[in-house]
Design a protein around this ligand. Structure first.
Ligand code: IDP
Length: 151
C-alpha cells in the first residue's frame, strides 16, 4: 500500500469537476485517506512548488494555485503514486492522451486540474506539508455491512 498527495487545483473547483474526477480515483480502487478544501496562501504555494522556483512560469503558477480554493487529499492503494500519475496524463492538457484526466478535461499547460506526487519522496514531503498526522486516517473498506447494516 502506498499513499500519494493529490490537489484538485482552483480550476477544478471553479469548473465544479471535483466530484467527477474524484469518482475516477475511487472507481480505480484508491481509498480516500484524507480530504479537505482550503484557500492556499503564497508561502504554502511556494513551498509546495519549491522545485520550480526561478522558472519562467513560477510566479504565474503561484498566482494560479492561490487564485481560489483547492481540495487537497491523500489517496491510498497499490502503487498509488504511479497509478494516479498515469491517470492524470501529460502535464500539458493540450498534449495529454484522451482517457486521462488532463486529456479529457484540460487544454492548458498551467490549468491542468490535478496535482499528483511524482515519487515516494515527494509524496512523504507533500503529505507532511498539507496535513497534520491525525488528519490522515487509517481504516478498512468493508462494503457489505455498510450497505446492508441497519436494515
Ligand atoms: P506535473 O504537475 O505534471 O508534475 P510539473 O512539471 O511538476 O508538472 O509542473 C508543476 C505544475 O506547473 C504543472 O502541473 C502546471 O500546472 C505548471 N506548469 C508546468 N510547466 C508549465 C509551463 O510551461 N507553463 C505554465 N505552467 C506550467
Amino acid at each position: 500500500m502506498q499513499r500519494t498527495l493529490i490537489i484538485f487545483k482552483p480550476d477544478t473547483v471553479q469548473r465544479r469537476l471535483v466530484g467527477q474526477i474524484l469518482q475516477r480515483f475511487e472507481s480505480k480502487g484508491l481509498r480516500i485517506a484524507a480530504l479537505k478544501l482550503l484557500q492556499v496562501d503564497r508561502p504554502l504555494g511556494e513551498k509546495h512548488y519549491a522545485e520550480h522556483q526561478g522558472k519562467p512560469f513560477f510566479e504565474g503558477l503561484i498566482d494560479f494555485i492561490t487564485g481560489g480554493p483547492v481540495v487537497v487529499g491523500v489517496l491510498e492503494g497499490n502503487e498509488a503514486i504511479t497509478v494516479v500519475r498515469s491517470m492524470l496524463g501529460a502535464t500539458n492538457g493540450a498534449a495529454a492522451a484522451p482517457g486521462t484526466v488532463r486529456g479529457d478535461f484540460s487544454i492548458s499547460k498551467q490549468n491542468n486540474l490535478i496535482h499528483g506526487s511524482d515519487s515516494p519522496e515527494s509524496a512523504l514531503r507533500e503529505i507532511a506539508l498539507w496535513f497534520r498526522p491525525e488528519e490522515v486516517v487509517d481504516y478498512t473498506i468493508d462494503g457489505s455491512q455498510w450497505v446492508f447494516g441497519g436494515a
